[in-house]
Ligand binder design. Structure first.
Ligand SMILES: [Zn+2]
Length: 169
């Protein structure tokens, strides 16, 4: 990446199809990086935790390889990861995801206590609807929020419903 321009060097041996595939891949990577650049996740999380009286994480960062989840939280080391795909969603959706993961620092499950924390965020329901719409091919139970895959590791996450896991059934 040179400034705001994407420069892709292509080996002469590539076929046209390989070239298109490669350029497409580079372009999507480039666009993700461009989308996350202006967003400071750490200060955003701090502001939201103050605003809604929620815990502050030790670390919050973007992940680019998180294909199946929008966000995840590991309460043991108080870390939060947000998929870089969310950077292009509206601000209030990203805020909802952060609030959701912040709430997991206090309440690991998705029970009543968790939902009460989440209710502090006025657009929680609307944001959930947005995420359902983003994964409209699969929402058999109407929610992108699923229980942890492995409760021992207490990793709680918002899953992209387009990529279901057998464990959710
Ligand atoms: Zn959750």
């Amino acid at each position: 990446m040179v400034g705001d321009v994407l420069v892709v060097a292509i080996p002469a041996t590539m076929t046209r199809a390989e070239e298109l595939h490669w350029v497409g891949l580079m372009k999507s990577k480039f666009e993700r990086r461009k989308a996350i650049a202006p967003i400071d996740l750490t200060s955003r999380a701090r502001r939201l935790s103050l605003l809604y009286d929620l815990p502050t994480p030790d670390s919050i960062r973007w992940v680019h390889n998180q294909r199946t989840r929008w966000g995840s939280c590991t309460p043991e080391n108080r870390t939060i990861r947000i998929s870089s795909r969310v950077a292009r969603f509206p601000d209030w959706v990203l805020d909802y995801l952060i609030v959701h993961e912040l709430a997991h620092l206090r309440e690991p499950g998705h029970g009543q206590a968790f939902r009460e924390l989440l209710d502090r965020y006025p657009r929680a329901e609307r944001a959930t609807g947005f995420l359902i719409a983003m994964g409209r091919e699969w929402n058999e139970n109407g929610l992108p929020v699923v229980e942890p895959q492995n409760p021992q590791r207490s990793q709680y996450e918002l899953r992209d419903p387009r990529r279901p896991t057998p464990l959710h059934r």
